[in-house]
Design a protein around this ligand. Structure first.
Ligand SMILES: [Zn+2]
Length: 348
């Protein structure tokens, strides 16, 4: 922490308001993904622009059905066109990609993931995705196993020894690993395998939280996505065990997030936009973190400098483009200011 001046990545005064240099970070969303799977290019660009309007300057894409590297050139074009018009460019997010979600047949949302017939193929595919992505790989670690009929519950997708080889394959190819996980059963093997990050992590009890903290594993708690669990339970009438599981996970989640923060787990901001959720949701997700008792300034630190430091350990903490997303009040003092942003003089 610098002795004078604002900390990098948090707010600075600008004219009549405040800016967040480099913008907010959305460490879990999906660009190029809609409710039925992949979307066309115009829709993907609309998703990027929606994220920009929400003040997001850096995205970690947590799995997309198609390669969206073409977007990087479009973002550069859009920024230089705005500069040529004499306008200060609206912030457009930079995207760090995790390649494709890796799952097994009938063990994730249809149309989203690359589905591996044989679980033993995971390490090989992880290596391939690591080489094709931007430094991250996304593994779907658990999902409902409907083959169990009325007893169906959330269950792990991969044997523990396969996860060990898969995480090693990612690391050997220069990528870190994050994993989708809802259940407690999936967490131990993921932690032991050496994952770098966990998405949702709703199954973590006190023992897992202590281990996650000790190993420096980051967690994206996605409170608004977990708020959908009661609806999942309602829709799962044929699967009463699963319905009870997700109901209990939802009920415990706010306190669990508070416990993770208290234990020193690095919490990452993530909207889980894409699929069913909109790409301008992140400010609302951050406001939901108040339910875990976190102060506004701490939430904003986690959603900016802390997340950048984790995602870009080699970076200098600043954004690449100027950020004329103006907040009328300092969001570090009152997080609701994130909902009142202006760009080019227009309220968003
Ligand atoms: Zn997701």
């Amino acid at each position: 922490m610098r002795a004078t001046g604002p900390a990098q990545g948090v707010t600075v005064p600008a004219g009549d308001g405040f800016v967040i240099p480099g913008g907010l970070v959305d460490a879990h969303c999906h660009i190029g993904l809609g409710p039925g799977g992949g979307v066309d290019r115009a829709t993907a660009m609309a998703q990027v622009r929606a994220a920009a309007r929400a003040g997001i300057g850096l995205i970690r894409d947590c799995g997309a059905p198609t390669d969206t590297h073409w977007i990087d050139a479009r973002i550069d074009e859009a920024l230089s066109a705005e500069r040529a018009d004499g306008a200060e460019p609206a912030i457009l997010p930079r995207i760090i990609r995790s390649g494709r979600h890796l799952a097994r047949p009938r063990r994730y949302l249809p149309g989203f993931a690359l589905e591996l017939d044989s679980p033993g193929d995971l390490p090989k595919e992880v290596a391939r995705q690591a080489r094709a992505g931007d430094g991250w790989v996304k593994i779907v670690a658990d999902w409902i196993d409907r083959s169990a009929g009325a007893e169906a519950d959330i269950a792990p997708l991969w044997p523990a020894e396969v996860l060990v080889d898969a995480v090693a394959a990612a690391h050997e190819n220069g990528a870190r690993v994050t994993a989708h996980t809802f259940s407690r059963a999936a967490l131990g093997p993921l932690i032991e395998a050496g994952v770098d990050c966990l998405e949702h992590a709703t199954g973590a009890g006190p023992e897992e939280i202590a281990e996650i903290a000790a190993r420096g594993i980051a967690v994206t708690p996605t409170l608004l996505q977990v708020d959908n669990f009661p609806a999942f339970a309602h829709q799962a009438k044929r699967y009463p065990v699963y319905a009870a599981t997700v109901t209990a996970l939802h009920a415990a989640h706010d306190e669990q997030v508070a416990a993770m923060h208290a234990a020193g787990v690095r919490l990452l901001p993530g909207s889980d936009a894409g699929g069913s959720l909109p790409h301008d949701l992140l400010p609302h997700e951050l406001l939901a973190w108040r339910r875990a008792g976190l102060p506004d300034a701490e939430i904003l630190r986690l959603a900016t400098s802390s997340a950048r430091e984790f995602l870009e350990p080699e970076g200098d903490g600043s954004g690449e483009v100027s950020a004329p997303v103006i907040y009328p009040r300092d969001p570090a003092e009152d997080l609701t200011a994130l909902l009142d942003a202006f760009v080019h003089g227009e309220q968003l």
